[in-house]
Write a protein that binds this ligand. Structure first.
Ligand code: CUA
Length: 158
């Protein structure tokens, strides 16, 4: 079979580009500890505040000293709007939405999850540096989307 040299060159280039894309995904997934959602838990979005898992949003400390942060997303607020956690200790977030899809992003960290009505988003992270972190909604959820924010105050252990 006779393949034109240009054809061969561009077939090679296409392979290089595909390899570069896959390499980029693999590298960033490792370097920034990115993972797809691995937790499937459902909830009735119309009954979130009656559900015992979300009736008392806020911070609790679990038996293994993990801090659990339960937050509810709604147009256009996070409940509670401010939580306090301790630096360098695991923090498990449990999030759900009462209405539409919201995005939970802790600015300057790798904490980032979609909050989908009907599901509980859960992930665990650790904040190394004390400070006040902005939680921004990063999924467009309506006219007040840009005002939907909360704070995570990371404190030194006492
Ligand atoms: Cu909630 Cu955008």
């Amino acid at each position: 079979m006779n393949v034109d040299p240009y054809e061969k060159f561009w077939m090679g280039m296409a392979a290089v580009i595909v390899a570069a894309f896959i390499g980029t995904i693999a590298y960033t997934a490792r370097a920034y500890t990115l993972a797809p959602p691995s937790h499937v838990e459902t909830i009735d979005p119309a009954q979130v505040m009656q559900d015992p898992r979300f009736a008392n949003p806020g911070v609790t400390t679990l038996r293994d000293s993990t801090q659990q942060v339960v937050m509810v997303a709604m147009r256009y607020a996070w409940l509670p709007a401010e939580v306090h956690v301790i630096a360098r200790r695991p923090v498990r977030f449990r999030l759900t939405s009462m209405d539409v899809v919201h995005g939970f992003e802790v600015a300057g960290t790798n904490a980032n999850a979609m909050v989908v009505p009907g599901y509980v988003s859960q992930f665990t992270t650790t904040f190394d540096k004390p400070g006040t972190y902005l939680v921004a909604c990063n999924e467009f959820c309506g006219v007040g989307h840009h005002t939907m924010q909360a704070s995570i105050v990371v404190e030194e252990p006492r």
